[in-house]
Design a protein around this ligand. Sequence first.
Ligand code: ADP
Length: 666
Amino acid sequence: MEQEQIHGILQLSGIGVWRIEMEEGKTPRFYADAVMDDLLGISWPVTPEERFTFHRGQIHPDDLQLFLDYSSMLSETRSEIVYRYIHPVSGEMVVRCSGARDPKVTDHISIIGTHQDISETARLEKDKLAERRLAEMNRSLRKEQVQQESFFRELMDIQSCGLLAYTLPGRRILHMNAEALRMFGVKNVQEMQENMATFLARIYYPDPETLSCLRVLREQDSYVDYECILNPGREEECHIMARTKTFTVPDSERVAVSTFLDVSDMVMLREALRKAEEGSRAKSSFLFAMSHDLRTPMNAIIGYADLMAAHWEERDLAREYLSKLRDAGCFLLSLIGNVLEVSRIESGKESLQEAPWNLDHLRESVDVLMEEEVRKKNLTVTTQFDLPRPNVVCDETKLREILMNFMSNAVKYTPVGGKIHLSLEEKILPDESGAILNIAVTDTGIGIAKEYIPHLFEAFSRERNSSESGILGTGLGLRIVKSFVDLMDGSVSVDSTLGKGSCFTAEIPLRFADGEPHEHVFGEKVNVDFPFGGKRILLAEDNALNAEITSTILEDEGMEVETATDGAAAISLLQNAPEGRYDLILMDIQMPHMNGYQAARVIRTLPGERGRIPIIAMTANAFEEDRQEALAAGMDSYVTKPVDREKLLGTMAEVLSGRRDAADKE
Ligand code: ADP
C-alpha cells in the first residue's frame, strides 16, 4: 500500500501522525499532520519547536515522567505508551502514542509515530475495571457479612439467654436464638412463627401489672423487666427473668426484642430453701409444742402422784387423783402414738389393711370413747346414721381414727354447752359395686380463721398453741386424717366460720363385702372370766417397772410368775424346768442380748411340750407389721404396751382356752 493511502486511512480513523527530529544542542522539532494538531488542540500556526514545547506542557503532570522515560526509549526501539494529555478545549484525554526511530535517518534522531485519542476506550475499560473491582469488593463484602452474620448468630446461640426479635405490628420474627427455641419447645423459627399466638398465650405473668406495662410498649419505645413462666404446668415449664424493649429502626419498622433468662433452677432452689426453712420452723415449733405438751401430762402425773401420797388415807380423793393420773397417762400415750403415726406416714410406710367389716360398729366407737368428755363439758351430741349396706371392705382402724379425730376435735374445740352433730351416710354407687361413705362432724365451737384453713392438714400445725388456747394438742390429728383419706382414695374438706363453728367432712369410697364379716366388736369388754388361778407364767421382760406391773396384774388373778430379763434367759428357764411347768410365756420384744422374736423362733424348735408352749408377744410398737412379725416368729397372739389389764387377761384367756383369734392365725 502506498504511504499516501495509509495516511488517508489513518486520518479517517482519527489517528494523528507525527514526527520528531532531535539534534544535539537544538530544541526538538515536532511535526504533525492536521489530525495530530487537532488532537493536540493546536488551532493556530506554530513552529515545530513551539509544537514540541506546547505538547510537553499539556502532558498530565502525573504522567510526565512516564512520558520522558518512553521518549528516551524511543530513540533505541519501537515503543508505545498510554498517557493523559490535557487538551486545551476538551480537557483531559487518554492518548495512545506509538513510535519508532526512522532507520533511514542516521545523522540525527528522527522518530515517527501515531497518536490516538483512546479516552472512550480507556473510560470503558476503566468502568469495566471499576465494575470488576466493585463486584469483587461486593463479593468480599458479602463474604464478610455472611461470616459476620454467622459469627453473630453463633454468638447469640451460645448465649444462655433466649433472644426473640420481631416486628411491631405484624409479629414477623426477625431473629430467634437457640436458647429461645429450646425455651418455647420449637424446632425452628418457622414453627414459632406459625404458632406465635399460641406460644405467647402460654406465658403466665405472676405479677398482674406486667401485661399492662407490656401493652404500653406497643405504642411507645421503652423497655420492661419482668418475671414470667413459660408453659406453666407442662413438662417444659420454665421460670423466666425477661426484658422486652421496643424501638424503631431508622427508615424501617418498629421492633420488639425480648431476652429471656431461664431461672428455673434458681426458683427450684429458692422453693426448696423456703420449704426447708418452713419445715425446720414447723419442726422447731412442734418441738416447742411437744415439750410443752409432754410436760403438761407429765406434770399432772407427778403432781397427782404426790397428791395421792399426801392423801393416801382419804380413799375417795386418792381414787380421783388416780383416775386423773391415768387420764394424763392416756393422753401421753395417744400423743406418742400420733407422733409415731405421722413419722410412718412421712416415711411412706403407711398402707391399708383392708378386711370385711360392718360399718355399724362406727356408732359404738363414738359412744364408748366420747361419753366421758361430752359429759364433762355438757355438750349435746346428736347423730344421724344412714348405712343401708354396712358390710364393706375397709381398713376399720383407719376409718375409726378419721371419725375419732373429727369427733375429738369437735369436743376439744367446742366450749361448754355447745352442740355437735355426727352424720354417717352411705351413698350407694349407681352400679351398686360399692358406696361412698360420708362422715360429717359439725360443731358450734370456736371455728377456724379463713387464713389458717390452708394449713389445717399440715403436720405439726395448730392455729393456736396449747399455751395460747389452753387446749392440748400437737397439730398431728388432721395430718393423719388427710393421709388416711388419701390412702383410701377419698377426699376431706372443711367449712368453718370463726366464732360460729366448723364442719369437717370426709368422703371415702368403699367396696361391698361378700357376706357377713368376721365380728370383732370394738370397745367390747373382753372376757376375763377365766380360771387363771394356779397358772404358771414365764414373763420375759427386761424393764423392772414393766415386769412389776405385769407380774402384779397376773398375781392378782392367782397366777404364779417367773421373770427372765431377756430372750436367752427365758429359753434357759424353760429348758431347765420340768416339761409342762409353764402354761404360757409373755414375751417382751425389745430386750438386750436376744430379742423376743429370736427367742420365740428358738423355742418353736424345742422338742415336746416346750416347743408348743403358748407365747404372747408384748410390744410397744402398735403397728400391723409388728403383729405380723410376732405371728411369723411363731407366737400365738400379741398385746400392745403399756399393758391394759383387761386386754392382757382377755388375750391370755383366749390363748389358754385355745380360742385364738382366727384372723391372727392367717
Ligand atoms: P390438734 O387438735 O392436736 O392441735 P389437729 O391436727 O387435730 O391437731 O388440728 C389442727 C388444728 O386445727 C387445731 O390445732 C385447731 O386449731 C384446728 N381445728 C381442728 N378441728 C377444729 C374444730 N372442730 N374447731 C376449731 N378448730 C379446729
